[in-house]
Design a protein around this ligand. Structure first.
Ligand SMILES: *[C@@H]1O[C@H](CO)[C@@H](O)[C@H](O)[C@H]1NC(C)=O
Ligand SMILES: *[C@@H]1O[C@H](CO)[C@@H](O)[C@H](O)[C@H]1NC(C)=O
Ligand SMILES: *[C@@H]1O[C@H](CO)[C@@H](O)[C@H](O)[C@H]1NC(C)=O
Length: 462
């Protein structure tokens, strides 16, 4: 997965030997080069120091707590007894944690999908764990029901100073349409929850509902609606929802657009299309500080991502589009910005099964995008190779804490998709990259993006 920068060329002085230049030219070139290196290292050093002060890796106790590296030591149960003949026919491979995760009858099921007893939420008054996130546990809304907002995203509404969480409402039976089809739940709609503190969530109902009868409608329950994201348009004063629209076999590969005057809907469904005439599956929208918004989607059989600006009213794409991360096969994009640099977390493409996340960075939102590596820290090796058994969906900036974010991911449960869990973890931008990028003589071009595993954590107070 490690991507080599295409600008990287082995530094070569062969031209000196081949050319007829004088000794003094060579000497002056070398002096110039060394001066440049020295200056560069000064700048880099200054940058790194600035980073430490800014992000408080060592100074800010609030962030230090989020950055604590927490390890997980999970004992894999001994393999089940098999007859000697069966063992001889097919020797058993050692079980890995991901085998256990994918095995619905695993003895470790409760570690990945803990039961209702340990659910968190404002109605569980007997726990003194109010406002702590427990990634993977059932999370209840203010009515005491499990939150249904999968593949979701968050809008911060300036007017009401409220967070709105939109996601797939999947509280229906999981089934397979045919033998080879992926597990699915019929479209029910887009769920919306509101919160002031990002922990206690009130159910605002289904803000875009499935179509029950009209079979030719995009939102007919037999189709697919995934990854809804809402952004607010300052020019029109409307809330605009973008989502992945597909048929049951994922051959339509389009985006849908819906609009509302209120964050809590109801949203009017406008239309679907293939943006720029291209396939579009996993997608997200990103609104920049300057009010420009962008659609980012997996295309060409999920082998690459496309990014392009939306029109001023956010109801369509423009003609401008760039191909990024070409050939890298990434999906589930989640974009964010810090100090003028754009970052993105993506997952690989393995259906509902978890895989390794990668962080990417860019100077310009339209690219070129550089792949930095796996951002996951802590847990254990298998946790880090599976994004803590989850898949990215969104990254929320934490107001007042520059460089600190919440990484939102879904721990899918393909046996019962409604019971998929939320994995929210602190994401910190700062510190030197652990894997120096190549084209700038080994000096890190971007700060590191780190997602820290915690069994239990909470937002810094205030
Ligand atoms: C309540 O919190 C304290 C301090 O974090 C902890 O020691 C204790 O075990 C908690 N009690 C319960 C019932 O979770
Ligand atoms: C069914 O949906 C299609 C597509 O949105 C629409 O053109 C058609 O008018 C709808 N039919 C009815 C009876 O509402
Ligand atoms: C989906 O694929 C199955 C099996 O190939 C096929 O029978 C079915 O008609 C397809 N459905 C749609 C809506 O394309």
């Amino acid at each position: 997965m490690r991507m080599r920068n295409k600008y990287r060329k082995p530094t070569s002085f062969n031209y000196i030997a081949g050319s007829r230049c004088s000794l003094s030219t060579v000497v002056w070139s070398l002096v110039g080069f060394l001066l440049f290196l020295h200056l560069y290292s000064l700048v880099s050093h200054y940058g790194a120091k600035g980073g430490v002060a800014q992000f408080g890796t060592s100074h800010n106790p609030v962030i230090r707590e989020l950055e604590e590296v927490e390890h997980e030591n999970i004992q894999i149960p001994p393999p089940r007894k098999r007859s000697p003949r069966a063992a001889k026919r097919r020797p058993q491979k050692p079980t890995t944690l991901i085998d256990e995760f994918l095995d619905e009858s695993s003895q470790l099921r409760h570690i990945f999908f803990p039961g209702m007893k340990t659910a968190i939420g404002p109605t569980n008054s007997d726990s003194n764990d109010s406002s702590y996130y427990y990634p993977g546990r059932i999370w209840l809304d203010t009515d005491g029901n499990p939150i249904q907002a999968h593949g979701g995203g968050i809008l911060y509404d300036e007017k009401s100073r409220t967070y709105y969480w939109y996601g797939e409402y999947k509280d229906g039976p999981t089934f397979h349409v045919h033998k080879k089809a992926a597990a699915r739940v019929d479209i029910i709609g887009v769920g919306c929850y509101s919160s002031k503190d990002l922990w206690s969530w009130k159910n605002e109902g289904i803000v875009l509902a499935a179509e029950e009868t009209n079979e030719t409608h995009d939102l007919h329950k037999s189709n697919v609606l995934e990854r809804p994201k809402v952004i607010y348009n300052g020019y029109t004063g409307k809330y605009v929802m973008w989502m992945h629209i597909d048929d049951v076999n994922y051959t339509k590969a389009g985006v849908g657009v819906a609009v509302s005057d209120y964050p809590t809907g109801p949203f009017d469904y406008l239309y679907s299309k293939r943006p720029h005439g291209c396939e579009s599956r996993d997608m997200t929208v990103f609104k920049d500080d300057d009010g420009m918004a962008y659609l980012i989607y997996s295309s060409e059989d999920n082998s690459e991502l496309h990014i392009g600006p939306l029109t001023k009213d956010y109801l369509d794409v423009t003609h401008d589009v760039r191909k990024i991360l070409v050939g890298q096969h990434r999906e589930a994009p989640a974009l964010f910005k810090h100090e003028g640099t754009y970052y993105m977390i993506t997952s690989g493409c393995t259906g509902w099964a978890p895989n390794e996340a990668l962080a990417h960075a860019a100077e310009l939102v339209m690219g070129p995008w550089e792949t930095m590596g796996n951002p996951c820290v802590g847990g254990n090796k298998m946790f880090r190779l599976t994004t803590f058994f989850a898949q990215s969906t969104f990254v929320i900036p934490l107001p007042g804490l520059p460089g600190s974010f919440i990484f939102m991911a879904d721990r899918w449960n393909p046996a019962d998709l409604r019971d998929s869990r939320y994995v929210w973890l602190p994401l910190i931008v700062g510190g030197p990259a652990d894997r120096p990028l190549d084209y700038n003589f080994g000096f890190p071009a971007w700060p590191r993006v780190s997602i820290y595993w915690h069994k239990k954590w909470r937002l810094p107070s205030g």
